[in-house]
Design a protein around this ligand. Structure first.
Ligand SMILES: Nc1ncnc2c1ncn2[C@@H]1O[C@H](COP(=O)(O)OP(=O)(O)OP(=O)(O)O)[C@@H](O)[C@H]1O
Length: 545
């Protein structure tokens, strides 16, 4: 039996989380690589081909300088610091500085409105903000209603009422005696959308993201200290922590960062051709857009590995990409709440359309409502075993919401909120979000009747709410109102739906349409999100899941 074990099984069997009692990513990982003062940590390029190279030593020094500033201004271990900026180098410096002082970093996207910012600052009781000029202007609009904020730091032009990042940190030494953080201490607070209502605050410890992403970096991204890794995610999302920070730097890989206002497919392919990028990670939407270009015009001589995550990855896209590049896009599955949970690892054959198999350190199953593991071929909830041991790569809690946290557990399992089918070979096939209760192909409607569904070209969370017209990834292309069979909407309902669509799509400049249909068209690609649901009569009568 053992002789027949595949590399995948062997690796899973040998794997131990081995979480140390104390862990700090800045001191334990970045400073270790900084021991070699020449080791490249980042090649940063902007839209005008301006290039900046930064070593791990540069990141160590600059983050220590900022940590001194944060500490002197009164940031205490456990305090929340909001970090919002585009792909500026200062984002990485600030993240590390916060970890060094034991603060809890709360990243967000630059698309947040003043109202969103006020909500986040108040709910998280943030003590400081580090941000770009555009966000600083929004924060100034709400400055009178955020009393917990002791100070604010702006990157870019100096601004009244703000500490100026560049000139302020120069005054501080490049040594900092970091807080000895316990692995169980809070480290990161993500706001994730929540399908309805206010965003959830997902709290990670130093173990659950900074430490546990070594699984993401080693097994899925497949990185080594010789790689130059490019991940397309925006710095505001959990995915940036996966693939633009913890995963790669654990492995000592250098990051390639392209600072651009808006994703441009031609530019992306040119950049991929021009720079010695070895590994590339994007959302399936990115790939879907890239394959519409004439790929035969480009050569990627150094590229050896491609990954995608965040939404279902279509087999057609995998095929076209492979035909032109010779590389198979390896899908990976996880959430803001987790590190990589299921993936196509290099040692596994890829089944196009499947998300892959459970990552080392995770026992993942498809289970039924009672918590029983379902046999292959049966659809159920994707669940992660949490007893007898909770995997290190799982969030601590929804902060200040014990009941909401409680709701994601069923017996021995953490319920991801996604539905899937596992096949005979142990591969997971994504079906859809349990809360959307609808299939991308439009067959099943759970205990809810769907009143409307927005279909976006987006891969990543929250963008329906916050993406701006600058960010194509958040473009809503069409709104469908799916009518239950034989259902004639009243003029009043039609109006309500039109208003709803108008409201949700208000920040977008793209033409948008609303169409009444019996079922969702099967040809539409992209993920169905933001579904308006109405509970069906039989569900109300107690047949809820
Ligand atoms: N490889 C994949 N294939 C299909 N879907 C995926 C894949 N990877 C991630 N997802 C989807 O993305 C979700 C995780 O995204 P994220 O953590 O950003 O939350 P979200 O979609 O905004 O959800 P919430 O509304 O709960 O915050 C997963 O739960 C799943 O629905």
């Amino acid at each position: 039996m053992t002789n027949n074990m595949t590399d995948y099984e062997k690796e899973r069997q040998c794997f131990q989380w081995d979480v140390p009692e104390y862990f700090n990513f800045a001191t334990d990982v970045v400073d270790k690589w900084a021991g070699n003062p020449d080791k490249l940590a980042m090649l940063w390029v902007d839209e005008h081909d301006r290039e900046v190279k930064r070593t791990f030593k540069d990141f160590k020094d600059r983050s220590c300088q900022l940590a001194n500033l944060l500490s002197e201004k009164g940031v205490q271990p456990g305090d929340v610091v909001i970090l919002i900026m585009p792909r500026y180098i200062e984002w990485w410096e600030s993240f590390l500085a916060c970890l060094r002082v034991g603060a809890i970093v709360s990243p967000g996207t630059v698309q947040l409105t003043a109202k969103d910012l006020a909500y986040r600052i108040k709910t998280a009781r943030a003590v400081a903000l580090i941000t770009d000029e555009k966000t600083a202007a929004k924060v100034d609009e709400i400055k009178d209603i955020i009393p917990t904020v002791k100070f604010k730091v702006v990157v870019g032009e100096p601004r009244e009422g703000w500490l100026h990042y560049q000139s302020s940190i120069e005054k501080y030494p490049a040594q900092f005696s970091a807080v000895k953080t316990k692995s169980t201490d809070g480290a990161i607070l993500f706001f994730t959308s929540g399908t309805t209502g206010n965003p959830k605050m997902t709290l990670h410890t130093h173990a659950s993201y900074p430490y546990a992403h070594k699984v993401t970096g080693k097994y899925w991204l497949d990185l080594t200290p010789d790689d130059l890794h490019w991940n397309l995610s925006d710095t505001g999302w959990g995915k940036a922590a996966w693939s633009s920070l913890f995963g790669p730097w654990h492995q000592g890989a250098a990051l390639f960062v392209h600072h651009e206002k808006r994703f441009n497919t031609k530019r992306c392919l040119e950049v991929l051709q021009k720079y010695p990028i070895t590994t590339f990670c994007g959302a399936p939407t990115n790939y879907r857009m890239l394959v519409l270009e004439d790929l035969s015009q480009y050569k990627f001589p150094t590229l050896r590995s491609c990954t995608g995550a965040g939404e279902p990855l279509n087999p057609e896209v995998i095929e076209i990409w492979k035909n032109h590049t010779g590389l198979t896009i390896r899908d990976g599955y996880g959430q803001t709440e987790t590190v990589l949970v299921v993936g196509n690892f290099p040692c596994l054959p890829v089944k196009p359309g499947a998300m892959g198999k459970p990552a080392p350190g995770f026992e993942v199953e498809v289970i039924d409502d009672a918590g029983n593991v379902l046999p292959p071929g049966k659809e159920g909830d994707i669940a992660i075993r949490v007893t007898p041991a909770r995997p290190a790569g799982l969030f601590k809690e929804y902060w200040q919401e014990p009941e909401r946290t409680q709701r994601c557990f069923r017996g021995d399992w953490y319920i991801t909120g996604d539905r899937a089918v596992k096949d005979e070979d142990g591969y997971f096939w994504f079906v859809g979000r349990a809360d959307d209760v609808i299939l991308a192909s439009g067959y099943r409607i759970g205990p809810f009747e769907v009143e409307s569904a927005l279909i976006e070209h987006d891969a990543v969370a929250e963008s329906a709410v916050v993406a701006s017209p600058d960010d194509l990834r958040g473009e809503i292309v069409k709104a469908f109102v799916v009518l239950a069979e034989g259902y004639q909407p009243s003029p009043q309902l039609v109006k309500e739906l039109q208003d709803h669509v108008k409201k949700v799509t208000a920040p977008y400049k793209y033409p948008r349409e609303i169409e009444f249909v019996d079922a969702l068209p099967k040809t539409v690609s992209g993920k169905i999100r933001r579904v308006q649901l109405r509970e069906m009569e039989w569900a109300k009568k107690g047949k809820k899941r």
